[in-house]
Design a protein around this ligand. Structure first.
Ligand SMILES: Nc1ncnc2c1ncn2[C@@H]1O[C@H](COP(=O)(O)OP(=O)(O)OP(=O)(O)O)[C@@H](O)[C@H]1O
Ligand SMILES: [Mg+2]
Length: 266
């Protein structure tokens, strides 16, 4: 489904603020793989997702989607088969536009269909039926600006929009980090059913080690631009959060201390 071959990324090369974010990353995802990505702050997790989405250009290596090299395909074109949700609930939707308008934009993107067309009655009915499934009452608020929604409602909408164009790959970057625990659980439940139903391949970045071991079928741990651990089911089922931290310490010869959230997980 997705292959990253020898990806390398240094921001501001040769300058005083040079930052090497990824060093020789090789990663292969099969269809329906659901990989959770963990690692300290600055490990390169978001850079990895941004390179897959086409928002960041690697300075070495290649990205393949279903055996086709997509390294030079712009992000807008990759949006046809890649959906994404960011950490910031404000990032995925346009605040000044209504729910219906946001949905129409997402639909026009996925199906290469006109925005106006999607806004017509048939489109609205379709939106309202689909939103009903989220069970957040959003179907009754189609004409409200998205800016009036709560963070959780907005993230649910973003998720919904991200999968509207029927992508095959879904990138989730700490997408529930800004939500309260109850809303976070709700969004996780909604995403799980969408992922299952649409048989999506997923890359999920999280700082919640418990969630990382529970969700999906495979976990990779990154540190300083490298993948230092890659464990799949059924071996992963034996792994605990303490075991994960222990593995990190053994591979890197130091404790995983950079991250506040990871420490909380102990
Ligand atoms: N746009 C950018 N310009 C310059 N440097 C960047 C940029 N984005 C990321 N970096 C640097 O690249 C490295 C990896 O950053 P990245 O955002 O990928 O880490 P991360 O694993 O997502 O961290 P976090 O858990 O804090 O989100 C860091 O050293 C960071 O400072
Ligand atoms: Mg990040």
């Amino acid at each position: 489904m997705l292959s990253l071959k020898q990806i390398h990324k240094t921001y501001y090369p040769g300058q005083p603020n040079q930052q090497t974010a990824l060093i020789d990353i090789n990663l292969h995802l099969e269809k329906k793989d659901f990989i959770t990505v963990i690692g300290s702050n600055g490990a390169g997790k978001s850079t990895l997702l941004n390179i897959v989405a086409g928002d960041v250009q690697p300075d070495g290596g290649a990205v393949y989607f279903r055996d086709r090299e997509i390294s030079s395909l712009p992000a807008e074109r990759r949006a046809d088969f890649i959906g994404r949700v960011f950490q910031d609930p404000l990032a995925g939707t346009a605040a000044d536009m209504t729910i219906a308008e946001n949905l129409a934009l997402a639909q026009a993107r996925g199906r290469r269909r006109g925005f106006r067309l999607a806004l017509r009655a048939a489109g609205r009915q379709e939106f309202s039926r689909a939103l009903k499934n989220l069970d957040l009452g959003l179907e009754k608020r189609l004409d409200e600006p998205v800016g009036l929604l709560s963070g959780g409602q907005r993230q649910a909408l973003t998720l919904f929009m991200a999968v509207m164009g029927s992508p095959q790959l879904l990138l989730l970057d700490e997408y529930i980090a800004a939500l309260d625990p109850r809303t976070a659980e709700q969004i996780i439940a909604i995403s799980s059913s969408i992922i299952r139903e649409k048989e999506l391949t997923v890359l999920l970045v999280t700082h919640d080690l418990q969630q990382a071991l529970r969700a999906g079928n495979r976990t990779i741990m990154m540190d300083r631009g490298e993948i230092i651990l890659d464990v799949q089911k059924p071996q992963r089922d034996q792994l605990t959060v303490a075991g994960l931290l222990d593995k990190f310490a053994r591979v890197r010869g130091r404790e995983l201390t950079e991250d506040r959230l990871l420490l909380q997980a102990r």
